[in-house]
Design a protein around this ligand. Structure first.
Ligand code: URA
Length: 238
């Protein structure tokens, strides 16, 4: 990889700024001062330092975002803000993409990464990874709905959903439920309730497989995955 690209990727500034650092003779590779920005380096095998500070190169980045409403799960959009607008500057050079999608008005756990293999592992329809949602539903949700969701719901396009696990937290004029589904059909949770003549008023994703939304992560904020979380998500690539 080119030296200027590596330094820009590791947060030492824009390509223009890192070229300046190189010109100022502040960059060394294996203790040799380097003055050429286009030098090809191998960060796994060479010691690269800026101002005597070791450059730590990480090819892939894995971010947990507590998605707020009003943001699209996309990388660019002409009209709306996207979840990438919530990513701090230090992670912006990683070319992150959301892993799966949440609707614009849905909140909760969204994973972002530049690891295409991981993104595929989590979104592939062949991998039945259960995702848990909390929802507020207009009207009373009853125990018989639990069995209905488990057996499968016929959606508006005739598709029968796979086994889903409904938990009733509160049954009232506005009910509260948790629902675990292993698929990611378009608007799936909302369509499952619509199919039984009920309406989702609020939706938040709590988990994807074993990855839980950090309760201390404020809405709209993100952070790198912890070591344990990372070990789990990487295990899904196998
Ligand atoms: N199901 C929905 O209806 N919306 C989401 O954002 C996620 C699951």
């Amino acid at each position: 990889m080119r030296l200027d690209k590596l330094l820009a990727h590791t947060g030492f500034g824009t390509r223009k700024e890192v070229k300046e650092l190189i010109k100022k003779r502040l960059v060394t590779v294996d203790n040799n001062v380097i003055t050429k920005s286009n030098l090809h380096v191998n960060p796994d095998e060479q010691l690269i330092e800026v101002n005597k500070q070791k450059v730590h190169y990480q090819k892939y980045m894995y971010i947990m975002l507590h998605k707020p409403p009003k943001y699209l799960s996309a990388t660019v959009d002409l009209y709306d803000q996207t979840v990438l607008d919530l990513i701090p500057l230090e992670y912006q050079h990683y070319d992150l993409s959301p892993v799966g999608r949440l609707d614009k008005d849905t909140e909760g756990l969204l994973l972002l990464t530049n690891d295409g293999q991981l993104n595929h592992a989590f979104t592939s329809p062949n991998r039945e990874i259960y995702k848990t949602y909390f929802a507020k539903i207009k009207g009373k949700v009853f125990d018989n709905h639990i069995e209905q969701f488990r057996e499968g719901i016929i959606l508006d396009d005739g598709y029968k959903t796979k086994e889903a696990y409904l938990e009733i937290v509160k049954s009232d004029s506005i009910s509260e439920i948790k629902l675990a589904i292993c698929e990611g059909k378009f608007h799936q949770v909302k369509r499952m309730f619509r199919a039984i003549n009920m309406e989702v008023l609020y939706l938040k994703r709590l988990s994807i497989g074993d990855l839980q939304l950090d309760k201390d992560l404020p809405i709209g904020k993100c952070r790198k995955l912890t070591e344990d979380e990372l070990a789990y998500v990487l295990s899904m690539k196998k």
